[in-house]
Structures are given as C-alpha cells and as structure tokens.
Write a protein that binds this ligand. Structure first.
Ligand code: A3P
Length: 322
C-alpha cells in the first residue's frame, strides 16, 4: 500500500479530484468525504482503515474533534491503562521521553509499517488508538452492522468557541506561508467546514450513541476534565473496567496521573517542546494555553453569540448543551 499520508500518490490524487473541496482552516485545502471535512493527508488513511482495520475487543478508541484536548486525554489514557507497568512516578515513564501522539497514535496517520505492526502484533495487551472521524466513518468492523460497537470508545469534545480559537491558532502555526484570517476561518467553521466537521454533527453522533450504549461510549468534555479531573479520571477508569483499587486511591495514584499529564508537566518535557509530528506540525503546537474560555481574547461578542446560536439550534432537542 502507498504511504498513508503521502498526498502525492496517484490513487489519492484521483480520489481527491472527485471530492468537494474548500479552503481549510488547518490545511490550505480541505475535502468532503462521507459528509465530513478532512485535510488531504488524513484521507488515504481513513479510507484504508475503513477497508482493512480489524478491531480487538479490548481496543480503546479515543475520538475527538481536533483541538478538543486529544493530546491531554491520550496521555491520561496511556498513564491510566499502563499504570502497573509504568507507575506515574517512575522517573523513566514513557510520557517523559515520548509525545502522547507517539504512545497513542492516530489510526489514520499511521505509517504503513507502523500500521502493520499495530495490526499484526500478537501481543494481547490493550491497544489505545485515536481518530478524529465521526461515528459513521469509523471502520465498519468497529461499529458492526447494527451499530453494536465492537470496542470501547472514549469521546472528548469542547466548547465550540474555544475549539475554534484553538483550531485557528494551530492552523496558522502550520500554514505559516499562507495564513488564514480569523474572519475567513470563522466563516468556514460556522459553515461546518472544519476538520472532522461539521463539528455539531460529529458531536451529536457520539452523544446519541453514548446515550444508547453507555457501556461502549463514554462522552467526556474538556471543561469537566479541567474542573474536576479526579472525578473524571475515576469515571474513565470505571468505564474502561479498570477502576482504581482503594490502595491506589490512598497512595495518591490518581493525583499522580493527573499531575504527570497536566499542562504544566507536559510542557516541561523536551520531546513536547521540539521536533515535529507526522503531519508536519510542531510537537509544541499541541500545547498552547490549555485553559477554558480563551475565546474571550480572540472573538468579538458578535462572533461568540453567532457560534452559540448555531450550537443551540443544532443541539436543540438532543438533551445536549455545550
Ligand atoms: P488551546 O489551544 O486552547 O490551548 P488537541 O490535543 O486535540 O490538538 O487539543 C489541543 C488543545 O488542548 C490546546 O488548547 C492545548 O493547549 C490543550 N492541551 C494540550 N495539553 C493539555 C493538557 N495537558 N491539559 C490541558 N489542556 C491541554
């Protein structure tokens, strides 16, 4: 198979030329596939995985719209699931020498050789994989014919105003030579033209599935993680069937996991400050401010209310509010 993220391969070029195309927020062009928008470098991987990926029952999928706190939750999941082999206080903890994206890769961005080693490994330990695609675009081998999910999905999203602002900064960090204006990016976002978007449709898809299938889909929010990390981490551990033992709680393990994954700790780790990610962005661009409500420094009151209004309309009747 051609490299998953090689945008120059002929097969992908042919596919891209058949898809609706727009200016993108994080890439100069974005393409619509099965009703949702993606940067070109992700599409080949998404399609290959739809055809080939075979889940295992103990797989954990982290699904997010980009810039919702994926990097953070990757770190948390890794530290949580591997807490026996790698106690969070271990001075050689993998999170101190690798980025969360190396430890928990995006399925659609795996290089073919990594893809093969992930898929063919005879090791039965839990695989944690991430993706940005909506429920309907996940490989059918995961969702099953009747939408009876074959593995657990942790879904994380974030207030759309903060999500947009984070996306806008990230995009301009990547596209230094052809930056996009705040106004243009905002219009695209409101029209649903953002990676993995329309964001509301993606969120609603997983929200409904989490209501229908609470043992298979856990719906989480960035703001709740910031507000009550201890509670959310326990919720996550319970959902994954690996609850904390009383001895673990008493020994401070939960706090240690929160601490090693905190914005302050992670931004001190060398590998998170230097080097580049597979899509060409800087590792450091996954860490910006890490706060709730930064949209106030970037959006006008009109922009904020326009976005809030769209969100309210889209979510009306779903039982969900952001
Ligand atoms: P901001 O741009 O608002 O600062 P993703 O990982 O999905 O790409 O999301 C990136 C966002 O998560 C950025 O938001 C980034 O700063 C924030 N983030 C990264 N690591 C974090 C951490 N450990 N704790 C809280 N937020 C974090």
């Amino acid at each position: 198979a051609p490299p998953l993220q090689d945008v120059d391969n002929q097969e992908l070029k042919k596919l891209l030329s058949s898809l609706p195309k727009e200016r993108g927020i994080i890439s100069s062009d974005t393409y619509q596939y099965q009703g949702f928008w993606y940067p070109p470098h992700a599409l080949q991987g998404i399609i290959n995985c739809q055809e080939e990926f075979q889940p295992r029952e103990n797989d954990i999928f982290l699904v997010t719209p980009p810039k919702s706190g994926t990097t953070w939750l990757k770190a948390i999941l890794y530290a949580l699931v591997n807490r026996e082999a790698h106690p969070p206080q271990d001075p050689h903890h993998p999170l101190l020498s690798k980025t969360p994206h190396q430890l928990v890769p995006f399925l659609e961005l795996l290089h073919p050789s990594e893809y093969v080693s992930v898929c063919n490994s005879s090791d039965s330990s839990t695989r944690i994989l991430a993706t940005h695609v909506p429920l309907g675009t996940l490989p059918k081998a995961i969702t099953g014919d009747s939408s009876s999910l074959n593995c657990k999905i942790v879904y994380l999203c974030r207030d759309t105003k903060d999500n947009f602002v984070s996306l806008f900064h990230f995009g301009n960090d990547r596209m230094k030579t052809s930056p996009i204006s705040l106004e243009d990016a905002f219009d695209l976002y409101c029209k649903g033209i953002s990676p993995g978007g329309p964001i509301w449709d993606q969120i609603l898809g997983y929200w409904k599935e989490s209501q229908k299938n609470p043992h298979k889909v856990l719906f989480m929010r960035y703001e709740e993680m910031k507000d009550e990390p201890y509670l959310q981490l326990r919720r996550l551990a319970n959902f994954l069937g690996i609850p904390f033992f009383p001895e673990e709680e008493n020994s401070g393990l939960v706090d240690q996991i929160i601490s090693i994954c905190s914005f302050e700790s992670m931004t001190k780790v060398d590998v998170n400050k230097t080097g580049t990610f597979v899509d060409g962005s800087n590792n450091s661009s996954f860490f910006r401010k890490g706060v709730v409500g930064d949209w106030k420094n970037c959006l006008t009151a009109d922009m904020a209310s326009r976005l809030d209004q769209i969100t309210e309309e889209k979510f009306r009747g779903s039982g969900l509010s952001l």
